[in-house]
Design a protein around this ligand. Structure first.
Ligand code: C2O
Ligand code: CU
Ligand code: CU
Length: 414
């Protein structure tokens, strides 16, 4: 991979691209793809946020060894949204993702067509990551004990595989599909020069209504779909996408340091202004929650071991069961001083409440989510409703060092 003028680094990539090729489909499309494993170790691809049937979900038990192939064949059932894909092999998800294996999976449908949002060069997927480089400019992945406690954090921001890049933009409306694809870093996103984000979607597609925001806190695995209006920006100006500093109790680390992620350079050419959407497509109906069964999952990080309900992941042990079609309330408790972005396969959920810590929900946590950030000592209640596929699926922390350390479990939709 190229790291900019005269600098290259070894990387592990999908189709020799970093990030991997952006896949784009429509709800109802058939998806047929073959993974050919050119690595010297096993791998498997998981479609994060895409509600795939069990055999196509990329569970680590389906990983193939060097030279092996795996055929995927399923129907795209999700509504329009910003999904993504990355490796999911047993205890090797962190290193493979960090070395470059991740890409977008964008889905469109009649609702997204009707919104007539900025498209072409004005619709830009941006995967936000952080990496460490050694003296010769190679990306390095060598987590120490303390790194496994906090997750592996880098000091160089990468956007779409490029360190601190820039994008020339016209003075009009843009659509950015932002993915936090880092192993462990949380970004508190903001724009300089007083520009704001108009939030229109998140993990599971469009929100109920657009919301103008000055900042968005995005944990690993989470996505937001935002509009940014450069119409009033002075020609030649540079707008920086930043991660603002935030403070975190717990073990010392660079989590929360301020970082400049990328720059938008405003063109001098005139461009036609565009209106913001006034309304967004309706969300699917929410399931009734009165008196539904509850399950509690406690995420702990003690003596450097990351566990759920006291257990480490085991390939064949099933830790929770839920009948297909039955809504339940799942409570995630973070009993540790480190953040845990909790992710579920197979279905999106609705976030109902947060207690402890920040004690409230944020606009980007509305609608349908597949990953929710638990800061230290927070608990979150979500409403889950698995309606598509029976089978074995995963719940895990999307801090990839925590995940590989065993903060993951199998649940079965029965
Ligand atoms: Cu991106 Cu199992 O997840
Ligand atoms: Cu996933
Ligand atoms: Cu975690």
């Amino acid at each position: 991979m190229s790291l900019g003028p005269g600098q290259t680094s070894r990387a592990w990539m999908y189709d020799d691209l970093l990030p991997g090729p952006t896949l784009r489909g429509r709800t109802g499309d058939g998806v047929r793809m073959t993974l050919v494993n050119g690595l010297q170790e096993e791998t498997v691809v998981h479609w994060h946020g895409v509600d795939a049937p069990e055999h196509a979900d990329g569970h680590p038990r389906l990983a193939v060894g060097p030279g092996g192939t795996l055929a995927y064949d399923f129907t795209l059932e999700n509504r329009a949204g910003t999904y993504w894909y990355h490796p999911h092999p047993h205890e090797r998800t962190a290193i493979q993702t960090y070395r470059g294996m991740a890409g977008f999976f964008l889905v469109d449908d009649a609702d997204s067509d009707a919104l007539d949002l900025p498209s072409g060069s004005r619709e830009v997927p941006l995967v936000l990551q952080d990496k460490r480089l050694d003296g010769s400019g190679e990306i390095v992945y060598a987590p120490s004990g303390p790194d496994i406690m906090t997750g592996f954090l880098g000091d160089v921001p990468f956007v779409n595989g490029t360190p601190f890049p820039y994008l020339p933009v016209d003075r009009t409306l843009y659509r950015f599909r932002l993915l936090n694809g880092s192993n462990a870093r949380i970004f508190d996103l903001a724009l300089t020069t007083g520009l704001s984000f108009v939030l229109i979607g998140n993990d599971g597609g469009f929100l109920e209504r657009p919301e103008t925001l000055q900042s968005i806190l995005l944990g690993p695995g989470e996505r937001v779909d935002v509009l940014v209006d450069f119409t009033g920006a002075p020609a030649g100006d540079t707008v920086v996408l930043q991660s603002r500093a935030f403070s975190l109790a717990g073990p010392p680390s660079s989590q929360g340091v301020a970082m400049d992620l990328m720059r938008f350079v405003i063109s001098s050419a005139p461009a036609a202004p565009r209106a913001l959407p006034e309304a967004l497509p309706a969300l699917p109906a929410s399931p009734p929650t009165e008196g539904v069964p509850q399950q509690t999952f406690s995420f702990s990080s003690f003596m450097g071991r990351h566990r759920i309900n006291g257990n480490s992941f085991e390939m064949d042990r099933v830790d929770a069961r839920i009948p297909l079609g039955e809504p339940q309330v799942w409570r995630f408790l973070n009993s540790s001083p480190v953040p845990h972005p909790v992710h579920l396969h197979s279905a999106h959920f609705r976030v109902r409440s947060r207690n402890g810590g920040r004690g409230r929900l944020y606009p980007w946590e509305g609608g349908l989510k597949d990953t929710v950030l638990l800061m230290p000592f927070e608990s979150v209640e979500v409403v889950v409703h698995f309606v598509r596929h029976r089978g074995l699926y995963l719940m895990h922390c999307h801090n990839l060092e925590h995940e590989d350390d065993g903060m993951m479990l199998n649940f079965e939709v029965t």
